[in-house]
Design a protein. Structure first.
Length: 211
């Protein structure tokens, strides 16, 4: 099976984490960074969970069927029966479930993510080797210098201008512009030159005007 990659908008959405150990704490922190409303269900919890004012901790075992009250669920327990119960409940309630290190009880997998500001590059192995995904993420992170963040800002600015000018940003020129040394110009702090080169490729300057 080939997974379908997506980026979920979880701001303000209720998300359940089942488990209270270090792995559950990392999952909860990642979900909180996406502004999700996180509830953790576990009889015990590490301090990263119990002392976090932005996480609701229910100090009890998982109760069958409760996953239906959430948009998404993550299990991080060492009990396959609990993982399987959450997955089964999720399937019945149409709630996607990820189970840490238990691919048989996942209806979605979590990629490794390399970040630079708003730029995110994800690496997935379809759940076959999280270690390889993490290794590739570290390699990619080493290449994402500040120039990429500046390039993203430049492209976002040009996209807004193209939409205002042409009614859409789905126009020719993006690939040619990126292949024309924009990143290198930004890395050299030659942002004005990069901007004009980009605008020319997109037909936003008089000499590059679209017909």
């Amino acid at each position: 099976m080939t997974p379908y990659p997506v980026n979920l908008e979880l701001s303000g959405q209720p998300v359940l984490v089942v488990g209270g150990g270090p792995v559950a704490a990392r999952k909860a922190a990642g979900l909180r960074s996406a502004d999700a409303r996180v509830t953790v269900v576990s009889p015990t919890a590490v301090r990263e969970i119990s002392a976090d004012p932005d996480v609701v901790w229910l100090a009890r075992p998982y109760q069958r069927g409760e996953v239906s009250a959430y948009r998404l669920a993550v299990t991080a327990t060492d009990d396959p029966e609990v993982n399987a119960a959450v997955r089964a409940d999720g399937d019945r309630a149409n709630v996607f479930v990820n189970s840490a290190d238990d691919p048989a009880n996942c209806s979605f997998t979590l990629p490794a993510v390399a970040r630079r500001g708003d730029l995110q590059i994800t690496v997935s192995t379809g759940g076959r080797s999280p270690g390889l995904a993490r290794w590739l993420r570290r390699r990619l992170e080493g290449q994402l210098d500040e120039g990429y963040e500046g390039l993203l800002a430049l492209l976002s600015e040009a996209r807004a201008e193209a939409r205002a000018r042409f009614g859409t940003s789905e126009i020719p020129g993006w690939d040619a512009a990126l292949d024309d040394g924009l990143l290198e110009l930004v890395q050299q702090n030659r942002t004005t030159e990069a901007r004009e080169r980009l605008r020319d490729h997109l037909g936003l300057t008089p000499q590059g005007a679209r017909t």
